[in-house]
Write a protein that binds this ligand. Structure first.
Ligand code: C5P
Length: 405
C-alpha cells in the first residue's frame, strides 16, 4: 500500500501542542511509505518532543531556526517551499493556524508555509474551547479559502481531561489522507468536464435584475478538483466574484440563463462529463424595459415572466450514453423525494442534494453537507465538510462513472 507516497518530498511542520508526541509515529509512517520527510519545528514544539527523535526517524536534521546555530548556515524557506510535494502541519495549534491565516511569518515554519506551492494539510489539535472560539473558526475558514486541506480533529478525551472535539487525527489517518490525495491526482487525465456554476442574472430594466444567493463556491471547487486530477475543464460561470487558479480550466463568463444554455449546448458534444451546479433562474422577464422603470404613484408595475430552458434537462435529452451528467438539488423540504424526482426527470447519473435545513450548508458558506442519490439507487450521506472536500467526494463518484462508461 501507500505506493503514492513513494519518493514524495514531505515537509512535516510540528507546532507546540501536546499531540506533537504523535509526530514520531507520523514521521515513521511517512518514511516507511517511502516519503522523504523534512521536519520543521516551531520553537515551542521542542518543549514537547526532542528534535533528536525526529531527525533520527526522518534521517534529516530538523530545521527550526532561520539560521543553523553552529554553522550560521541560512535555511532557505523558499528552497524548502519549492522542494516540497506536500506540507503537513501536525499538530497545528490555534496560534500557528492564526499566523498562517494572517501571514504572521515570525518563524521558519510559517515562513516556509507562505513560500510553499505544494498542497497544504493542516491537522489542528487544541482544547475544545479554543477549537470553538470564533477566532479559530474564522482562521480555519480562511485556511480553507486558501485551498488548504483541514484534517478535522476528532472528539474524545483531551489533554485537559475535558471531553470534546480537539484531538489531532491519528497519524495513520493523516498518512491515509495524504495517500488518498496523491492517488487521485491524475485519475481524470485527458477527460473533458463541463461545469456550470453560480447564479444567473435576469434583467428587469437597465438597473434591476432577478437572481439568487448562489456564490459559485461549490461549482468552482468542483472545477479546481477536476482540473487538479488532470481533466480539461470548461467552467460556465454566472456572475460571481471568484477566481480560477488551474490552467486546465477554461472559463466562460455568462450572465443570463439563455447565455448559459447556449454555452453548455455548444460544449456538450465534446464533454465526457457535465456537472450542473449553477443555480439557474427558472424564469426571466418577458419584456425587459429599455429604460429604468419609474416609481408609479398609483399602480405597482407587474412583471411578466417567461420560463428559462432547463439546462440539466436539455443535457439529459441530448447526451450520448457514454456521457455522465451530474445535477444538484437544493431543497428546503421533502428533500429525498424532490431530489430523486429531479434525478429521473433530468436523466442524471447522480444528483447531489443539500438541504437549507442543515446549518453551514448551501449558499455563500465555505462548508457543505450533501447526500448523493445515484441512478443505481445508492444513497451516499456525507458529513459537513469544506466545499473543497465535498468536491473531492463528488469527483470520486464521478470518476467511477466515467471509468465504467
Ligand atoms: O429543478 P431544479 O432547478 O431544482 O434542479 C436543479 C438542478 O437542475 C441543478 O443541477 C441545476 O444546475 C439544474 N438546472 C439547470 N437549468 C435550469 C434549472 C436547473 O441546469 N433552468
Amino acid at each position: 500500500m501507500r505506493i503514492m507516497l513513494k519518493g514524495k518530498h514531505i515537509i512535516l511542520g510540528i507546532t507546540g501542542g501536546i499531540a506533537a508526541y504523535k509526530c514520531a509515529t507520523l514521521t515513521r509512517l511517512l518514511v516507511k511509505a517511502g516519503a522523504e520527510v523534512q521536519v520543521i519545528m516551531t520553537p515551542n514544539a521542542k518543549q514537547f518532543i526532542q528534535p533528536l527523535t525526529l531527525s533520527t526517524l526522518s534521517g534529516k536534521p530538523v530545521i527550526s531556526e532561520f539560521f543553523t546555530a553552529n554553522t550560521g548556515q541560512w535555511n532557505s524557506h523558499v528552497d524548502l517551499g519549492l522542494w516540497a510535494d506536500a506540507l503537513i502541519i501536525a499538530p497545528a495549534t490555534a496560534s500557528t493556524i492564526g499566523k498562517m491565516a494572517n501571514g504572521v511569518a515570525d518563524n521558519m515554519l510559517v515562513t516556509t508555509y507562505l513560500s510553499a506551492k505544494a498542497p497544504v494539510f493542516v491537522a489542528p489539535a487544541m482544547d475544545l474551547d479554543m477549537m470553538k472560539h470564533p477566532s479559530t473558526v474564522r482562521n480555519l475558514d480562511l485556511l480553507r479559502s486558501y485551498g488548504n486541506h483541514i484534517i478535522e480533529p476528532t472528539a474524545g478525551e483531551l489533554a485537559s481531561h475535558l471531553i470534546g472535539k480537539g484531538r489531532m487525527e491519528e497519524p495513520e489517518n493523516i498518512v491515509k489522507a495524504l495517500d488518498d490525495f496523491f492517488s487521485s491526482s491524475g485519475d481524470l487525465q485527458g477527460k473533458r468536464v463541463l461545469i456550470t456554476a453560480g447564479p444567473t442574472v435576469e434583467k428587469i430594466d437597465p438597473v434591476r435584475f432577478i437572481s439568487n444567493f448562489s456564490s459559485g463556491k461549490m461549482g468552482f471547487a468542483l472545477a479546481e478538483e477536476c482540473a487538479r486530477r488532470g481533466a480539461l475543464v470548461t467552467l460556465v460561470a454566472g456572475p460571481v466574484s471568484l477566481k480560477t487558479e488551474n490552467a486546465n480550466i477554461t472559463r466562460i463568463d455568462v450572465t443570463t440563463a439563455m447565455e448559459m444554455y447556449d454555452a453548455v449546448m455548444h460544449s456538450l458534444p465534446q464533454s465526457d462529463a457535465i456537472i450542473l451546479c449553477a443555480a439557474v433562474a427558472d424564469y426571466r422577464v418577458a419584456d425587459v424595459a429599455e429604460k429604468k422603470i419609474k416609481r408609479e404613484k398609483d399602480a405597482a408595475p407587474v412583471l411578466h415572466l417567461t420560463p428559462n430552458p432547463d439546462i440539466a434537462k436539455a443535457v439529459g435529452q441530448n447526451k450520448r450514453a457514454d456521457q455522465v451528467s451530474v445535477g444538484f438539488a437544493l431543497e428546503t423540504d421533502n428533500e429525498q423525494v424532490n431530489a430523486q424526482g429531479k434525478l429521473e426527470r433530468k436523466k442524471l447519473n447522480f444528483i447531489v442534494m443539500n438541504s437549507l435545513r442543515d446549518k453551514n450548508s448551501g449558499f455563500q458558506v465555505d462548508t457543505n453537507k450533501v447526500t448523493i442519490f445515484t441512478d443505481k439507487g445508492e444513497i451516499i450521506e456525507g458529513e459537513c465538510k469544506s466545499k473543497r472536500d465535498v468536491a473531492r467526494d463528488i469527483v470520486d463518484v464521478l470518476h467511477k462513472y466515467i471509468t465504467i462508461q
